[in-house]
Design a protein around this ligand. Structure first.
Ligand code: GLY
Length: 393
């Protein structure tokens, strides 16, 4: 009965977005590449010169160094722009910014974001160029990330330091950590230890068991006893409340479990990610770009998070390849509707900025990066457009 209701609601979504079946993704890829070129033309020569955000009242980028958690998205964007054009100037820039991140592979790991940083930069570069000098850097980074794994808990430690409310030195894991597992899966298939695969799978299983409410919405942070793995508490850091659905957290879960299913082909992950996805799709506003937190009492006046829309659109364009109809059509067409909405109302170029997207919300409880452009929104947007192009290709 529950399954039938879910299918009917999914079919209603298909019917409501039947006009969205086609999308001029090439126009948006061209727009994205043009924005990347413009950004590249204004960057300072020396670090900090990795563009992170353009805040609401600014027209220029704020720059960071390779140590910032977002440092891999800019080289990743450059790799996608190179993939789109074959332009040697973009390849050279992608390589140059990627190499800035090299120290991460041998410096002591400062948190789980190593996966985001190294896989989006060196990982994309290796995928496109097969440059063998990149491989040991990716492998060493995977080994470094794995040092944060705690076998008593069964997850990677996200923040190895004191963060307010996180009970340090107990063990914290945030839902964002799911994305970093891709680095471990890749390494285990490319000359790294088999144990990296086992760590990634165990992390995904432990998170599946502890990080979700009965309605498949995600908590942001789970604190575990570092010695016996007992779950101590579940809280938020970047969401509206401990029990709310923070949009980007749910997006990381959708993207992460889709990738884990790709890597393991274990049906329990596919079943799970569909439930996590359906709860998100069911609660989206009409334009399919979420408010930064689905439970913010200020909705409809709350800020949006266009990055969550981009992350989910990209994930759905992969998820739709793993399922049969009618889910296949639902995920694909919902992703297209998201991309159309981003294209129509969320382009930063429309307000004269050189980022791809605007209206991204980074850390609302902190009062930072609200209604901004941020490099990870741009990265997943271009990735999603590429995935659509490949699907339709
Ligand atoms: N990983 C941090 C964030 O999503 O903002």
């Amino acid at each position: 009965m529950k399954h039938t209701i879910r299918l009917i609601s999914l079919l209603l979504i298909i019917l409501s977005c039947k006009d969205n079946v086609k999308h001029d993704y090439q126009k948006d890829i061209d727009y994205g590449v043009a924005q990347v070129r413009q950004t590249l033309s204004v960057l300072p020569e020396d670090p900090p010169n990795i563009p992170r955000n353009i805040t609401e009242d600014n027209e220029t980028w704020r720059y960071v160094t390779y140590q910032d958690w977002t440092s891999g998205f800019w080289p990743g964007l450059l790799w996608y722009a190179y993939e789109a054009t074959g332009d040697e100037m973009l390849r050279e820039a992608a390589d140059r910014f990627t190499l800035q991140l090299r120290p991460l592979s041998h410096e002591p790991v400062i948190d789980h974001d190593l996966g985001f940083q190294v896989f989006n930069s060196f990982g994309n570069g290796y995928r496109l160029m097969q440059d063998e000098s990149y491989k040991p850097i990716i492998l060493a980074s995977a080994d470094s990330l794995a040092t944060l794994y705690n076998p008593a808990v069964g997850t990677i430690l996200s923040w190895p330091r004191s963060v307010p409310g996180m009970e340090w030195p107990q063990h914290n894991t945030i839902i964002d950590n799911m994305i970093n597992l891709e680095l471990l899966f890749w390494a285990s298939k490319n000359g790294g230890a088999d144990s990296l695969y086992d760590i990634a799978v165990k992390h995904a299983e432990t998170t599946m068991a502890n990080h979700f409410r009965d309605d498949f919405t995600s908590y942001h942070v789970v604190i575990y006893d570092k010695d016996n793995g007992r779950r101590m508490k579940r809280v938020t850091h970047q969401g509206n409340a401990d029990e709310s659905m923070w949009a980007r957290g749910q997006a990381w879960a959708i993207y992460g479990y889709t990738m884990v299913y790709r890597e393991t082909k274990d049906p329990k992950f596919l079943d799970f990610v569909q439930r996590v996805t359906d709860t998100y799709i069911d609660r989206l506003p009409e334009d399919r770009v979420p408010f930064w937190d689905f439970d913010d009492p200020d909705i409809p006046d709350a800020p949006r998070d266009a990055s969550a829309a981009a992350i989910v659109a990209s994930a759905l364009l992969e998820l739709c390849t793993f399922v049969d109809q009618p889910e296949k059509a639902v995920y694909r067409e919902t992703a297209i509707a998201m991309l159309k909405s981003l294209s129509t109302h969320y382009h930063a170029g429309s307000v004269g900025k050189t980022a791809l997207l605007q209206h991204v919300t980074g850390h609302k409880p902190n009062g930072t990066e609200i209604n901004t452009s941020i490099n990870y929104g741009d990265y997943y947007y271009l990735e999603a457009l590429f995935r659509l192009k490949k699907l339709e290709g």
